[in-house]
Design a protein around this ligand. Structure first.
Ligand code: COA
Length: 325
């Protein structure tokens, strides 16, 4: 099988910023509560006329430029998202049209906060088996469109953004191991109840605010820690590495307490954890995608570094990937 790696990264964060002070005026909350319970200080929100594919396209253009790949030469576009432009067609097809990437195969992945990792794993298979020469993997969300701005339990947590990477065969380094997992018995913990075939939109579903994200935060918190620890351990085992070999962890940015607990339980002493949660909140699939991009662009991740990307999300789904940069 071919050795596959990431050859370019990009991100886009919408201009509008919503601070904790702004939220204090919208619901019964405080900057102190949000900061100590989550680590979030502010988040970016898409403009009214910005859809997920618009954010995705901007991140994609930056990643393609970084990778020096012409959109016309792209073979595959995967968008990981839970906030697609429309229920169908795939958001990836809108991105394809925006980029003029006429040759690319396009589809979306629904793996919530682990979506970017799922996308990387799928793209790796396409490239390693010679189905495609390259792939654009994007994690993009406009979570503000499914956030209940009257529910203080959830509205303080989320933000909008997009991160992207271009993948191709590499001569050295690249993906060392991957691990994905799912548990479909806990779909009730985190979901968007209405608008699908189970509960199509009616005046009643609208009135009952069922088109917004619902979450049992406490339960999700506990499972998030154990799932991310398990995913990290399995990916390390598959790569034949120990915690001490890892230079950077790019965790899903749901809650700084989840991230601290996970890093501690995994026993990371040398590795540094990259965080963008304070300025971005939880952007689901876009969290690991943007954090990876920022860590590279800021010169933190250097050639030869071992990077562990580790995430967990609704489904439940989880996954980890280890890459030698
Ligand atoms: N401001 C002020 N108080 C709030 C609040 C807010 N924004 N949101 C909830 N509260 C209150 C609750 O009503 C509760 O009050 P009560 O004790 O009077 O009932 C109290 O704070 C504690 O709530 P609890 O749910 O126990 O807090 P927590 O410490 O578990 O933190 C989350 C809540 C949501 C931050 C935390 O559970 C979490 O991060 N969960 C995982 C989220 C996640 O990872 N989601 C995505 C998965 S990828």
């Amino acid at each position: 099988m071919k050795r596959v790696g990431i050859i370019g990264v990009g991100e886009y964060l919408p201009k509008r910023i919503l601070t904790n002070a702004d939220l204090e005026k919208m619901v019964d909350t405080s900057d102190e509560w949000i900061t100590t319970r989550t680590g979030i200080k502010e988040r970016h929100l898409a403009a009214k006329d910005e859809a997920t594919s618009d954010l995705a396209t901007k991140a994609a253009k930056e990643a393609l430029k970084d990778a020096r790949v012409n959109p016309k030469d792209l073979d595959l576009i995967i968008v990981a998202t839970i906030t697609p432009d429309m229920q169908f067609p795939a958001t990836a097809t809108f991105v394809q049209a925006n980029l003029g990437a006429k040759k690319a195969i396009c589809f979306d992945i629904s793996a919530a906060c682990a979506g970017f990792i799922y996308g990387i794993c799928v793209a790796q298979q396409f490239i390693a088996r010679d189905t495609c020469r390259n792939a654009l993997v994007i994690g993009a969300e406009v979570l503000s469109s499914i956030t209940d701005w009257k529910d203080r339990n959830t509205c303080v947590l989320f933000g909008d953004g997009a991160g992207a990477c271009v993948m191709a065969e590499v001569k050295s380094g690249g993906i060392l191991s991957t691990y994905l997992g799912s548990d479909g018995t806990k779909t009730d913990l985190l979901n968007l109840p209405a608008g699908g075939s189970r509960l199509p939109a009616t005046p009643k579903t609208l009135k009952e605010r069922m088109h917004y994200l619902k979450m049992q935060g406490n339960e999700v918190f506990k499972i998030a820690v154990t799932s991310m620890v398990g995913a990290g351990q399995e990916a390390l085992k598959r790569a034949g590495l120990k915690c001490g070999d890892v230079n950077w962890i790019i965790p899903h940015q749901a809650n700084s307490r989840i991230i601290n607990a996970m890093a501690k339980r995994l026993g990371f002493v040398n590795a540094q954890v990259y965080l963008n949660i304070a300025k971005c909140g939880n952007m689901s699939s876009a969290s690991t995608a943007t954090a990876l991009c920022e860590a590279v662009k800021e010169g933190k991740i250097k050639k030869g570094d071992i990077v562990l990307i580790d995430a967990f999300g609704a489904g439940l789904v989880w996954g980890a990937v280890i890459i030698k940069w």
